[in-house]
Write a protein that binds this ligand. Structure first.
Ligand SMILES: Cc1ncc(COP(=O)(O)O)c(C=O)c1O
Length: 359
């Protein structure tokens, strides 16, 4: 984990940009503090529960990087009153009206970034959209503070080669840089120009015009990232410890006590060149075992099979043997658990770091 954090920090500092780590992956103050480099402007969160938790632990500069739901603005206003510098995001003129209305009603000067669409997959204004300027004008006239633009290139997760990842990174950069120019030409300040996903950060060649990068998955890495070529399997710092509970003699498959409740239902590697099922199986020391994956899951059962479909030997494991499963998607798998057991070189858990849930 420390290596992953340092490597992303080194890469971003080489490109002259700071990281505002996305802590939705870890949801843990112990880890968030380690993800914040000296020059980090703050953190990125994905729920108000995270915002409250990290604020209670002293992190005051946060970007809530999900389009704001008007029903949450009263809670946000309370957090402002307590001193949280929470930047909100919106990508819709109607949402801007709702924010301005709430700003008047709640007597709160909301700070906002406008979300830009870089990949056509989720929300965001087109970089040259008239509604971008209209929204910024409306927010500024309504007593709110427009602080810049942000985007997230989710499509980078679907890339299949390095050229695609490099193009995605550059498209992400160009989308926000051109939107920022558009805003400045219309008379708005744009101090924050924010991009971020682990794959685009890893493959970006330049960050000119960008002020911060929001990576989150880089802290643990996962099988999807390994499949994209963003990391090696040996960089994955998160695993689910499980125990062998039986053998399906007919099928030549072993059963463990980690089902989708422990691993998540994420199948992010299904469309990649190497399908890792619901996770890749390692021995207790974290050494990958002979192409064995979790082929299927039910709530509390995981079925282990050889990727080739051939039967696994009946004497391959013992009931009670402990194994580790590497996750397809670190955010989804970590989200199934209440905390992290830290292990060092030996296998004895050293410490426990809790994490939070909820909205
Ligand atoms: C808005 C936003 N920013 C940043 C990120 C971080 O991306 P990654 O987990 O690939 O580092 C995400 C991830 O979903 C996101 O939704």
């Amino acid at each position: 984990m420390t290596r992953n954090i340092q490597s992303m920090e080194a890469q971003m500092s080489g490109l002259g940009v700071s990281i505002r780590p996305h802590v939705k992956t870890c949801k843990s103050i112990e880890i968030a503090r380690r993800m914040m480099a000296d020059e980090s402007p703050g953190i990125t969160v994905s729920t108000l529960a995270e915002a409250e938790y990290f604020f209670n632990h002293g992190i005051c500069d946060q970007l809530y990087a999900v389009g704001i739901a008007p029903g949450k603005l009263a809670r946000v206003a309370e957090l402002y009153q307590r001193g949280l510098e929470l930047k909100l995001v919106l990508d819709d003129l109607d949402a801007a009206y709702r924010v301005v209305e709430a700003a008047g009603r709640l007597e709160c000067r909301f700070r906002l970034l406008l979300e830009i669409d870089a990949d056509g997959q989720r929300g965001g204004f087109a970089p040259d959209a008239h509604a971008l300027i209209e929204s910024a004008d409306l927010l500024a006239q309504g007593g709110c503070r427009v602080m810049g633009v942000m985007t997230h290139m989710g499509a980078s997760y679907d890339c299949r080669d390095t050229a695609c990842l490099r193009r995605a990174a550059e498209r992400e950069r160009l989308a926000v840089v051109s939107a920022a120019r558009h805003l400045v030409r219309a008379g708005h300040d744009c101090p924050i120009v924010s991009v971020g996903s682990t794959p685009t950060a890893r493959f970006a060649r330049r960050m000119d015009g960008v002020t911060e990068v929001r990576t989150g998955t880089h802290v643990f890495m996962d099988l999807v990232m390994a499949g994209l070529g963003v990391c090696r399997i040996s960089d994955i710092a998160l695993s689910v410890l499980t125990e062998v509970i039986g053998y399906r003699a007919g099928a030549g498959e072993w059963i463990v006590d980690a089902g989708w409740m422990a691993l998540s239902r994420d199948r992010g590697t299904a469309a990649q060149a190497v399908d890792q099922g619901y996770g890749l199986v390692c021995d207790q020391d974290g050494k990958v075992i002979d192409d064995i994956i979790v082929r299927a899951t039910s709530q509390e059962h995981g079925i282990l099979a050889l990727r080739s479909g051939k039967p696994i030997d009946a004497d391959r494991f013992d009931v009670g043997e402990r194994l580790r499963i590497l996750p397809n998607h670190a955010c989804a798998t970590a989200g199934k658990h209440d905390g992290y057991w830290l292990i060092g070189d030996g296998q004895q858990p050293r410490r426990y770091w809790p994490r939070i849930h909820g909205w």
